[in-house]
Design a protein. Structure first.
Length: 436
């Protein structure tokens, strides 16, 4: 009896093992799709932003330097002080220029007296010449005497012209000396704040030359209107326009975002040192800041974001969902779908073969993979407005379609017609950390 029971148990165990093996074999024959991530395509707002670093600067900034040399006699302002147009800023010692002006006036007076004498002499010589010409006509004087009168008249007229030119030269010299004298006094050319004061009473200022800039005495800026100057790459500047909205973040004010607009765009490129591969071309862009806070200072580092394009209600997909394949491969996929999957095996081998046997580079077709009936379908699309995470597309897609977005390795190896399934969530490791 015990032996029969043992045989029965053995038969039952064998049957269970056979059943499990059969079920496992059946499951093994079922096609297992590639695990992918996907999301629903929907209409959304797409914004394109152009970003570049920059420097805060006032809209109006005047660097005041001197056209004359001299010692600073008096400074009437302090750094950070607000001044009005015409206010006295500082004064240079003007003793030398006053002396030069007095000497030039004295020489001018002497030149005017010399001119009067020369004029009288020239008039007298002309009268003498006229009288001798009448006498010569009556043959009362010799031709030599007449010739001497002509020569003397010409000499006296020339002396008069020279005295007149000397007077004009001295008048010009006096105007220059008086101008230098006036330039020893510095007044504010505009309303603003003294942002830099580089001189003290008793120091000397020098004028600039062709290769040596002069002393910048002080800097006057209008801080009520602030700008950010930034250099935008040539590939991005074509998307910018005057008046576009901007966001400005300043390193010194990390919790503040300032609004603004594009004020000007440079019309000529600048060469800037880039990577070791060469130099890049950039364009100067000025952004006006709306309502700048009092804490904003010239020279601060800022980051500018320009809203270059906006598109409402656009069908968009994540940027990582975009793929590109050679045109011959895409054409084979389309032909396969048109005739069915009878030659799927051969087409799969063709997909892995080189797309262009002539050695020429095939045109790439951009597109996305749509999940339909657990199958990946390649759909060519035309790209439009590009945002930070999504890009607007046009093609044979509709809102509600599921676009495959990853994983990266799976997506790059995916082919049209591949079976897919939802990616399984990884179980967390011991200790609560997610599996990597």
């Amino acid at each position: 009896m015990k032996r029969g029971a043992a045989i029965a148990v053995g038969v039952l165990a064998f049957a269970l093992v056979a059943t499990f093996v059969a079920v496992g074999a059946t499951r093994a024959k079922r096609p297992q799709g590639k695990e992918v991530r996907s999301e629903t395509i929907e209409a959304r707002r797409i914004e394109t932003w152009v970003r570049a670093p920059g420097e805060v600067r006032p809209a109006r900034l005047v660097e005041i330097s001197s056209n004359v040399m001299g010692r600073v006699e008096e400074v009437r302002v302090k750094e950070g002080e607000r001044v009005n147009r015409g206010d006295l800023l500082l004064r240079l010692d003007d003793e030398r220029y006053r002396s030069a002006a007095a000497q030039t006036r004295a020489r001018l007076d002497a030149a005017q007296a010399n001119l009067a004498v020369a004029r009288a002499t020239a008039d007298q010589s002309k009268q003498t010449l006229a009288r001798k010409e009448r006498l010569a006509a009556e043959r009362l004087i010799s031709p030599e005497e007449l010739e001497q009168a002509k020569t003397q008249s010409a000499v006296d007229v020339a002396r008069y012209d020279a005295a007149n030119e000397d007077l004009r030269s001295l008048r010009a010299g006096l105007a220059e000396v008086e101008k230098d004298l006036r330039e020893t006094v510095f007044t504010a050319p505009m309303e603003g704040i003294v942002t830099a004061l580089n001189i003290e009473t008793g120091e000397n200022v020098i004028t600039g030359t062709m290769n040596n800039p002069g002393t910048v005495i002080l800097v006057l800026a209008d801080l009520d209107t602030m700008l950010v100057e930034t250099e935008v790459d040539e590939t991005d500047v074509v998307r910018l326009a005057i008046g576009q909205s901007t966001k400005v973040t300043v390193d010194a004010l990390p919790d503040t975002t300032l609004s603004g607009s594009v004020l000007s765009i440079g019309q000529s490129g600048r060469r800037s040192s880039g990577s070791s591969q060469g130099q890049g071309i950039s364009f100067l862009v000025r952004v006006k800041i709306d309502a700048p806070p009092p804490s904003l200072r010239p020279g601060m580092t800022a980051d500018v974001e320009v809203l270059a394009a906006v598109r409402e209600g656009a069908l968009a997909v994540p940027i990582q969902a975009l793929v590109a394949y050679p045109e011959p491969v895409v054409e084979r996929w389309a032909a396969r779908r048109a005739r069915g999957d009878a030659k799927a095996k051969r087409d799969e081998e063709e997909d892995l073969a080189p797309a262009d046997t002539t050695g020429r580079r095939s045109k790439l077709v951009e597109g996305i993979f749509i999940e339909r009936d657990k199958t990946a379908r390649f759909v060519p699309v035309k790209l439009s407005t590009r945002g930070d995470t999504h890009v607007a597309i046009e093609g044979e897609v509709a809102a509600g379609d599921r676009v495959i977005t990853g994983p990266y390795r799976t997506l790059r190896a995916l082919k049209d017609g591949d079976r897919v399934q939802a990616e399984k969530k990884k179980k967390p490791l011991a200790g609560g950390d997610d599996a990597k």
